[in-house]
Design a protein around this ligand. Structure first.
Ligand SMILES: Cc1cc2nc3c(=O)[nH]c(=O)nc-3n(C[C@H](O)[C@H](O)[C@H](O)COP(=O)(O)OP(=O)(O)OC[C@H]3O[C@@H](n4cnc5c(N)ncnc54)[C@H](O)[C@@H]3O)c2cc1C
Ligand code: FES
Ligand code: FES
Length: 478
């Protein structure tokens, strides 16, 4: 049996900030980067919302791109605990001007992209990351809010620097950086932070620290760290666990590691699952997708998580891994996503068990000749908002356009993400027609008993359940 070793322990929490080494001995590993920056005098990085919504706190880290190469990635410093930065390179707005304005700063000055300036450091950092990717567009700053300038001058600044081939000190530094994270741990009197490199070490640590909190991208947990300044006694990061990384494809299925950031999934799987493409497009904003993971979206078990409806509609399965006895082999079990959620914010995950990967089959059901699949998200605003209702549909049709199999996944309509199973059954054998869909709308309307809340009433949600499916049908006809 392969042996695992615990991640090496260090007395310091070290990372690189604007090219200079930072070594912290006393700092809590769950202090957010934003808090640390502001407390240590780097006040260029601003706090707006403190919960990932405004982008004022955007900084850049060197992460791993979808091609495995180092990439400058914009992230929200208000959500990242210092422990997650050990060994990383961080660039803040103070570090981008190398004796002269950086090209993205110069463009913002030239186009008048800043008035009060509070949002500007965040915009600069998002533009900076995109500049080294070669495409600077509206999507590059989708996670940055500006309350006074108006977006037109900022858009002009972005247009001015897009498509440039940077060959400056940052470009050469990037090419020499390593995005790989080494196993690491910091053990303090009151707090410990572990970053194991393999699943056995992870499971051993979980066994030794049964109350430890697992953290992947931290975009959910970050809210606890930012606003509530919650101190977690033991945190275990999943970021370096090799078995939770990677995306593999076979002719039959795609397997996505639970700790793969969503932006990597977006880039690697473009065009493979249209419903996943669409939902990822509407999922939060770039800074959040650079950190958030599928494992985290499932792990929160939120009834309004946006990915579960997509996974339900694609008949995805989850593989969970544990090690009941350290002397024994790893124990894995695979179950449909539909069986994962057991109640409001409850799942089948047992103590000592972790989501390893998600598998999405892409074979048609027996007898089908084509597949229709799409997803929809209704929120109060387009990007960077929580769903009122999310829905994803997959319908397999035979040569005569009769339904062979249907999967209708919804979020925001029940205590857990859920399928409209009775409607799925009623669709089988029916012609894929407006008449069929209209005849099933009353059944869809009554399929769930959603709650009313600040975002939408129960009756609005019921109508969305039915109307989104009709929209799916209409779009399938064009
Ligand atoms: C500004 C903002 C916008 C957002 N927008 C959206 C949105 O549009 N749609 C949406 O669905 N969500 C959204 N979220 C919520 C969040 O980004 C997602 O839920 C994300 O997928 C969480 O992933 P993570 O890796 O950051 O999770 P983390 O915060 O690291 O972890 C979340 C939970 O999952 C557990 N966990 C993580 N990985 C595993 C694993 N492998 N096995 C078992 N448990 C695990 C953790 O212990 C923790 O309890 C948003 C959040 C913010 C801050
Ligand atoms: S302060 Fe608003 S996103 Fe961080
Ligand atoms: S310049 Fe004032 S908020 Fe953007």
């Amino acid at each position: 049996m392969p042996q695992s070793s615990p991640p090496p322990s260090s007395p310091t929490l070290s990372f690189t900030l604007n090219g200079k080494p930072v070594r912290l001995r006393q700092e809590s590993p769950t202090t957010t980067l934003l808090h640390y920056l502001n407390q240590s005098g780097s006040t260029g990085t601003k706090e707006g919302c403190g919960d990932g919504d405004c982008g004022a706190c955007t900084v850049v880290i060197v992460g791993e791109g979808a091609d495995g190469q180092p990439q400058y990635q914009a992230v929200n410093s208000c959500l990242i605990p210092l422990g997650s930065l050990a060994g990383r390179e961080v660039i803040t707005v103070e570090g981008v001007a190398n004796g002269a304005l950086h090209p993205v700063q110069a463009a913002m000055v030239e186009t008048g992209g800043s008035q009060c300036g509070y949002c500007t450091p965040g915009f600069i950092m998002s533009l900076f990351a995109a500049y080294y990717d070669g495409v600077v567009d509206d999507a590059s700053v989708e996670g940055n809010l500006c309350r006074c300038t108006g977006y037109l001058p900022i858009r002009r600044a972005a247009q001015q620097v897009t498509g440039v081939q940077p060959c400056d000190a940052f470009a050469s530094q990037l090419s020499q950086s390593s995005p790989r994270l080494e196993p690491w741990s910091l053990i303090q009197a009151e707090q410990s932070f572990f970053r194991p490199g393999d699943v056995r070490s992870l499971l051993n640590l979980m066994a030794g620290h049964p109350t430890a909190t697992l953290i992947a991208g931290g975009t959910d947990l970050g809210l606890e760290l930012s606003h509530k300044r919650r101190l977690y006694p033991v945190m275990i990061s999943l970021e370096a666990v090799a078995e939770l990384q990677g995306i593999s494809q076979t002719p039959d299925a795609v397997t996505i590691g639970a700790a793969v950031p969503l932006s990597q999934i977006e880039q690697t799987l473009t065009g493979v699952f249209p419903s996943l493409d669409t939902m990822l497009y509407w999922f939060a904003a770039r800074q959040v997708r650079n950190r958030a993971t599928m494992g985290g979206n499932l792990g929160t078990a939120s009834p309004i998580g946006d990915l579960p409806p997509v996974l339900l509609s694609l008949d995805a399965t989850l593989t969970l891994v544990s090690q009941p006895d350290p002397e024994e082999a790893l124990h894995e079990r695979t179950l449909p996503v539909a069986d994962f959620f057991t109640g409001y914010r409850e799942t089948v995950l047992q103590p000592g068990e972790v989501i390893r990967h998600v598998t999405l089959p892409h074979t048609l059901s027996a007898g089908a000749v084509r597949r229709l699949s799409q997803s929809y998200k209704v929120g109060k605003r387009g990007t960077d908002d929580i769903s009122i209702v999310a829905a994803a549909f997959t319908v397999d049709l035979d040569g005569e356009d009769r339904v062979v199999q249907a999967r209708l996944g919804y979020g925001g309509v029940a205590a857990t993400p859920a399928r409209a199973i009775a409607v799925e059954d009623a669709l089988i054998g029916q012609p894929w027609s407006g008449e069929t869909v209209r005849s099933l709308k009353p059944m869809l309307h009554d399929a769930f008993t959603p709650l009313s809340d600040l975002r939408g009433s129960a009756s609005y949600r019921r109508r969305l359940v039915a109307n989104l499916f009709e929209k799916f049908f209409q779009e399938s006809q064009s």
